[in-house]
Write a protein that binds this ligand. Structure first.
Ligand code: MG
Length: 382
């Protein structure tokens, strides 16, 4: 049994689930959350959704599923060392991307633009919507009825206006409070994971080079260490040896810096963590700077590479054309959406838009491409 620090989340003191349920046998409440997430439909769809590269571009790039598993791995290692709740950390990490649209960030931006007059679209809010409303697995409630702490962690940021509509999990944004440490950790592990795997995938895809990456301090210092130790090494092994050192460096810095901050803050329980004036899990200033430099490098050289931009523009067109086609006539949605769409359409255009956005956001990359073909290519079967 893991020994928990006093400021960690303890399921004995959980704020509970929206619908009361009996406690599980032989597993904790947060293990049950994790298990429900793993068994959800949205979780399986992560296999065919991507962040930077579109799913069909290659079999070796990260998908949102492997990304989420990497986030959970990094976050759990740190949680164990800091005495935080590993099961809760894992649950939040595995669920954090459930609401993502197909085609990564360009998909989300396109859907947000389509939803501009109907309340917008934001993937964090959508992840919460997936677990609270969209998963249909239980007789007695919609969604998968997760604990407050897991839901709080999924909603990592939120505008105050939206927060007012969300009830309990929105409250901290209104009051300017922090999330629990497990939520803070999953968020940091997310950026450790994607910065490093985007370096790896970017090199693999030939969009960036080792020489370019050596402009960044984080990459160059670890690459130099490896070159000194193994002067003959090149290719994938050089990259992998470098990237694993980068991840390790970030993880160790986060553990050490957070340990001393937790100590210095004097927080004694999760409520004091929530009331503290700033997040308690953070990198040292130096590593935060190195990480930011790498992020900026990736933004400039990878996310704005012409091949990534071409795919992003294509994704925008696919998503917005589908959205407008469904809004023009909801009867071309699959049959199971008709009753709901008719009801929504009679309420207001924005409730219909929300049904359409849910349908599009749930699509995997390849489903979206096929659905687009079925809608717009005359020769395609419907
Ligand atoms: Mg992520």
């Amino acid at each position: 049994m893991q020994k928990l620090a006093p400021y960690s989340a303890n399921c004995e003191h959980s704020k509970g689930r929206q619908y009361a349920e009996d406690s599980p046998s032989y597993r904790s409440e947060y293990q049950r959350d994790r298990d429900r997430i793993v068994h959800s439909t949205a979780f399986r769809r992560l296999e065919y959704k991507t962040q930077v590269f579109v799913n069909h571009e290659g079999d070796l790039f990260r998908t949102r599923l492997t990304h989420s598993i990497e986030v959970a791995q990094i976050a759990r290692s740190i949680a164990r060392e800091l005495g935080l709740n590993e099961d809760l950390t894992e649950a939040i990490s595995l669920a954090h991307d459930l609401g993502h649209t197909p085609f990564g960030h360009s998909g989300q931006d396109a859907l947000n633009a389509c939803m501009k007059d109907y309340g917008g679209f934001e993937h964090n809010l959508q992840s919460l919507r997936v677990v609270d409303v969209l998963e249909q697995r239980y007789a007695e409630f919609t969604g998968i009825n997760l604990t407050f702490e897991t839901r709080e962690g999924i909603l990592k940021h939120c505008a105050v206006k939206k927060a007012r509509e969300l009830g309990d999990v929105g409250q901290r944004f209104i009051e300017g409070k922090q999330a629990g440490l497990e939520a803070q950790l999953a968020n940091l592990a997310d950026s450790i994971a994607y910065n490093n795997h985007d370096v790896d995938d970017g090199l693999r895809g030939g969009l960036i080079t080792v020489d370019q990456l050596r402009e960044t301090k984080l990459f160059s210092k670890h690459c130099e260490t490896v070159r000194k130790m193994y002067p003959q090494l090149d290719g994938r092994r050089l990259i992998n040896e470098t990237v694993r050192r980068m991840i390790n460096h970030l993880v160790i810095d986060l553990i050490e810096n957070s340990t001393s901050r937790l100590h210095d803050s004097g927080v004694r329980n999760i409520d004091e963590v929530r009331n503290y004036h700033e997040p308690l899990l953070v990198h040292s200033d130096e590593v935060a700077k190195e990480s930011l430099e790498l992020k900026q490098f990736l933004r400039h050289n990878l996310y704005q590479h012409y091949r990534v931009l071409r795919m992003s523009k294509k994704a925008e067109r696919v998503i917005s054309k589908m959205f407008h086609a469904f809004m023009n006539d909801y009867r071309i949605l699959p049959t199971q959406y008709h009753d709901m769409s008719a009801e929504m359409a009679s309420h207001s255009e924005s409730s219909l838009a929300r049904v359409v956005a849910d349908y599009i956001a749930g699509m995997t990359d390849r489903f979206a491409i096929n659905e687009y073909r079925r809608l717009f290519e005359p020769g395609e079967l419907t």
